[in-house]
Design a protein around this ligand. Sequence first.
Ligand SMILES: [Zn+2]
Length: 278
Amino acid sequence: MRIHHLNCGTLCPNGARLVNGEGGLLETGRIVCHCLLIEGEQGLVLVDTGFGVQDTRKPRQLGAAFALMRPRAEIGETALKQIEALGFGAGDVRQIVTTHLDPDHSGGLPDFPLAEVHVFARELDAAMNPGWRDRPRYRRVHWQHNPHWIRHEVEGDEWFGFEGVRILPDLGTEVLMVPLIGHTLGHTGIAIKTGDGWTLHCGDAYFHHDEVATPPSCPPGLRFFQNLNNADRNQRLANQDRLRELVARHGEDVRLICSHDPHELDLAQAAAADTAAA
Ligand SMILES: [Zn+2]
């Protein structure tokens, strides 16, 4: 099994220091969409899709919230184009696992119309029948092709003290959905057993690596954005507390990554390159 760390979309908001915690106030910030491509024994598994090909052609379909974040809209960054560059095709992606269904995580679904799409049941319900507050965030254009949804509920599996549900039993390694509610009503992390421990893809449960450090901190622009966009602030903050505790107790065994932190993406890509070269 091999895991590729892909950036499937870049956002370039103003105010680097406010979003990245470094750089000038007038410099452009860098926000990535960190997705995973797993080469398994029976095809490819994509964890989140980032933006899709049509999103790069028509960025307006992402909704007004994304205009502020200034997506780069670069077709070469889409999961599909990067998978093709690796010598595969769309049909090789048999499974997609989503942390949640915001457009920067599900925009690529139409590029893989044959894939099964694993989603936490509460997230699917929230996206298919959004309340007035959530209506602008979910974009129907990303599931107009009627994806083959696979709904998951938590069923008593346990992972480092978190409740979870085991998925993808044929992958050749362990994968669990670990609900981390807050950013959306059905937001979930994805835990993957790797050779030397676990990787927990935390999606948008946090945005900056220092949020899961002790003591925590977060650049003000990112804190503002998270408060603006969370479906349940109390649960989001409570889950960040639990993630911080997980790092403090089990940081040797579990590596956390989130979707939008460029520093984490750079480290993961460099580590993967070192492993490939060894
Ligand atoms: Zn996101």
